[in-house]
Ligand binder design. Structure first.
Ligand SMILES: Cc1cc2nc3c(=O)[nH]c(=O)nc-3n(C[C@H](O)[C@H](O)[C@H](O)COP(=O)(O)OP(=O)(O)OC[C@H]3O[C@@H](n4cnc5c(N)ncnc54)[C@H](O)[C@@H]3O)c2cc1C
Length: 430
């Protein structure tokens, strides 16, 4: 039986592993992180530390919650990714949005894959019964401003299992949120190796013959007939570079900024985050309580139940890179212009519910959708495989996205990974 290695167990990796195994390959998933555990600290016990301002650097999160990895770019942009089985999907707010227009623009039609995902991955919009009065009020304000809000489809089997604890990004303790590891948890032919950090792909005679990984303090060479890199938008470019295949300095991250206000008893911290979304050119707006800002931003030093905020998530320019140590991600003029437009619209919404802009404050500029450093172009539209890769080496994660979407990408990454894994299996299953 042919052996495949999949590097990384996030949105792309789990989907690729599942499909390769379904096509008869024996699949080993090498994951740098461990089994995911939701954040377990008692927030009340952390409160005195927060109030004293002792949480001063977002990178401290990883000490309390190693599944969440934080990097900072030169201008202070905080970058969040998941490091655990399930990848960043374990930290996701569960938004299940199809967003493939930029892939369609370069000739990639994923209709068939999205149709399969509809039955394969649970998605529901049946959560409105759990919205608070304030969330409904915000929905109406969005409508009044002409923002055409839409109830967000969520990765959930059954919305009634969601207790609206508001902690999706800290991991779901209630099993309500679907995460990508479920694709492989009982798949025949898939073995997950935790704590295996892949350093490079071994390429001999123009073919990938395996990977070099650090496991339990040792460097191991693991052989394979097919290798799929799905270590995410920050992980895969580093492995490619180390393997002699240059990634491009075209990193996007979908920056996020919350526009917030003090609102006694808002209770947004105990609501399903991003219950509805308004899509605008180059950004989306949605109600969201930002735990990162709550713990690390001085302006947010008030009870979590008393903060109301609107999240801006925007598409940024493809400018930046990551070398495994330094995150180079400047925001350029066009990014600041997009952000300014989004902030103005957020002010309009807040004014509709009676909040003047002088009573607002910002959250911490952060991001969690890295990608674009090995982008697909029209040249790869049929194969989804770059000519610079050996025939039996594939990439199947956010690195492939041609540009920032300013939108949740999990569903789109899974559709791409599904197609790529099947193609890899077709070409290399004998
Ligand atoms: C707080 C937060 C909330 C989000 N909410 C949503 C949402 O609601 N909906 C949505 O669509 N998107 C959401 N996203 C974004 C989404 O989760 C990611 O864009 C998506 O998971 C990326 O998929 P991926 O396969 O490219 O990488 P990932 O899911 O990040 O998976 C990469 C995996 O590779 C592993 N890895 C990295 N390097 C190595 C290595 N060298 N060797 C072995 N393993 C390695 C990592 O540990 C990780 O498990 C959110 C992101 C964040 C941070």
């Amino acid at each position: 039986m042919r052996k495949a290695i999949v590097v990384g167990s996030g949105a792309g990796g789990c989907m690729a592993a599942k499909e390769l195994a379904a096509c008869g390959l024996s699949v080993t998933v090498l994951e740098a992180g461990r089994a995911f555990k939701p954040f377990a600290w008692d927030m009340d016990k952390l409160e005195p530390v927060r109030r004293a301002g002792l949480f001063f650097d977002e990178r401290m999160i990883s000490l309390l919650f190693p599944e969440m990895r934080i990097d900072k770019a030169q201008d202070g942009l905080v970058h969040v990714v998941g490091r655990a089985v399930g990848g960043t999907t374990a930290l996701a707010t569960g938004n299940a949005l199809r967003y493939d227009r930029y892939l369609a623009d370069i000739g990639i039609d994923l209709d068939a894959e999205f149709a399969e995902l509809e039955t394969e991955v649970p998605q529901t919009t049946e959560h409105r019964a759990g919205w608070s009065e304030l969330t409904e009020r915000l929905f109406t304000a969005f409508e009044e401003v002409g923002l055409d809000p839409q109830v967000t489809p969520k990765f959930m089997d059954d919305a009634s299992r969601c207790v609206a604890c508001g902690n999706c990004v800290l991991g779901c303790k209630y099993g309500a949120k679907w995460t990508a590891d479920r694709l492989i948890s009982d798949a025949d032919g898939v073995t997950v190796v935790e704590g295996a950090s892949v350093e490079q792909v071994v390429i001999e005679g123009g073919r990938a013959t395996g990977v070099v990984a650090r496991m339990q303090g040792k460097t191991e060479l693991i052989a394979a007939d097919v290798v799929v890199l799905a270590a995410g938008g920050l992980g895969t470019p580093v492995i490619l570079d180390a393997s002699g295949i240059p990634a491009t300095p075209t990193l996007f991250v979908d920056p996020v900024l919350c526009v917030a206000t003090r609102w006694e008893g808002a209770g947004l911290d105990r609501q399903l985050p991003m219950p509805f979304v308004s899509e605008q050119p180059d950004f989306i707006l949605s109600p969201y309580f930002d735990w990162l800002s709550f713990y690390f931003n001085r302006s947010w030093r008030m009870p979590h139940g008393d903060i109301m905020s609107i999240m801006i998530k925007m598409a940024d320019a493809s400018v930046g890179s990551y070398d495994g140590r330094h995150l180079d991600k400047p925001l350029v003029d066009s990014d600041w212009e997009t952000l300014a437009r989004a902030v103005d619209l957020s002010y309009e919404v807040l004014e509709r519910v009676g909040v003047p802009r002088e009573k607002t404050f910002f959250g911490t500029l952060n991001a969690g959708h890295p990608g674009g450093c090995f982008p697909l172009t029209p040249a790869e539209a049929d194969t989804l495989h770059h000519a610079s890769l050996p025939d039996n080496l594939y990439v199947a994660d956010a690195s492939l996205l041609p540009r920032s979407m300013g939108n949740p990408p999990i569903l789109t990454i899974m559709a791409l990974a599904k197609r790529i894994a099947r193609r890899a299996a077709e070409c290399h299953s004998i």
